[in-house]
Design a protein around this ligand. Structure first.
Ligand code: DTR
Length: 353
């Protein structure tokens, strides 16, 4: 009896020992690292305009690159067209973790991003590649406080903005009292040019145009094709108004939770993605214009020297207003503008028109 009892006891002791030694041999740290390496990390990415538009085209490219460069360990679930977060809810949604990543059009948030909104000023950008890289360099150099609660994944801009309207705008005279959809620094500019600007995100513009709330819009011209605006707005006036800066931002806790090698893949892509998007945008505008001429017989106007000079003069006032606002937020506005113009000059040499 006692012998049997002893045997059972010994068997238990052996089992317990085996379990202990097993744990030691497996080295818990190595095991979790191994597990982490096998686990698929899913990242959600919200965007506000439709899938066919450039902010979403660049999102899909970024998602593909991250999946490729992490050998499929990271899966990016993309949500175009406001299916996860709308244009105006994007920033709060990312801060609160409703989406891991969100695409912000900075001018849609007046007063929130004063330093980077300098890229929305009328400083004469001629293409999106130059402006996107300038924005990236400016962000990288300034690391402004306004972005301290998120991880900036990449930045990019649209191309310079022009007028697309249902009625021809051949001169500033034709613009008087015309309701035009815009956002950011363009609102004040258009008002001073005599138009009636109506502020709203791009995603609400198709409905506003359909319903006649606005008679046109001011944006980069690729939207003629991507939203089929060429059908309603057959008249385009080249004004070379400001570009719109965008920032793709990630929830900070989510960023901190990522393994270092995944962080590195994302960091390495930041600048490259800015340039890719600028290139895509610049090439796509040419294509969209061709398409619009062919399918909707659009007409393109340029303004007289007198009107262009008037717009340039209005632009100077807009820069002064921004300076005053930026200084109120405690920023060194002159230093920011100096950096901005230096980066712009550098990229203009590399990407002339
Ligand atoms: N022009 C800005 C930015 C912009 C240009 N193309 C698109 C397409 C979809 C969304 C935004 C934009 C604007 O009007 O918002």
């Amino acid at each position: 009896m006692f012998k049997r009892y002893l045997a059972v006891l010994l068997a238990f002791a052996a089992l317990a020992l085996a379990a202990c030694s097993d744990q030691k041999a497996g080295e818990p740290g190595a095991e979790t690292a191994e597990k982490q390496a096998e686990e698929v990390i899913t990242i959600s990415y919200a965007n506000f305009p439709p899938a066919s538009t450039f902010p979403c085209i660049q999102m899909e490219r970024w998602a593909d690159e991250v999946e490729k460069r992490t050998d499929g360990r990271v899966k990016v679930e993309t949500y175009p067209g406001g299916t996860l977060l709308s244009a105006k809810n994007m920033y709060r949604g990312v801060l609160e973790g409703q989406a891991d990543i969100g695409c912000l059009s900075l001018p849609y948030y007046p007063g929130v991003f004063p330093a980077l909104l300098s890229v929305n000023l009328p400083v004469g950008f001629t293409n999106a590649t130059t402006a996107s890289l300038t924005l990236w360099d400016l962000y990288s150099k300034l690391q402004p406080d306004e972005m301290k609660n998120v991880k900036v994944v990449t930045t990019f801009t649209s191309a310079p903005s022009n007028i697309m309207s249902k009625e021809p705008v051949r001169s500033l005279e034709d613009l008087q009292g015309m309701e035009l959809r815009a956002s950011g620094a363009l609102l004040k500019m258009l008002e001073l040019m005599g138009a009636k600007p109506v502020g709203m995100p791009m995603s609400q513009t198709p409905e506003a145009l359909q319903k006649g709330v606005v008679k046109g819009l001011v944006s980069s011209l690729e939207v003629l094709k991507d939203f089929n605006f060429a059908e309603l707005c057959r008249y385009e006036t080249i004004t070379n108004l400001p570009v719109y800066p965008f920032a793709v931002v990630m929830n900070e806790d989510r960023w901190n939770s990522l393994p270092d090698d995944v962080k590195k893949v994302i960091d390495d892509l930041g600048r490259e993605q800015a340039e890719w998007t600028g290139n895509y945008m610049d090439a796509h505008i040419d294509e969209a214009l061709e398409w619009s001429k062919k399918n909707h017989q659009i007409e393109i106007y340029t303004l007289s020297k007198e009107d262009r000079d008037r717009i340039a003069e209005i632009g100077e006032g807009i820069v002064d207003d921004w300076k005053a606002e930026a200084e109120k937020s405690g920023l060194d506005a002159d230093a920011i503008l100096r950096d901005l113009m230096a980066f712009k000059g550098k990229y203009e040499e590399r990407f002339p028109e």
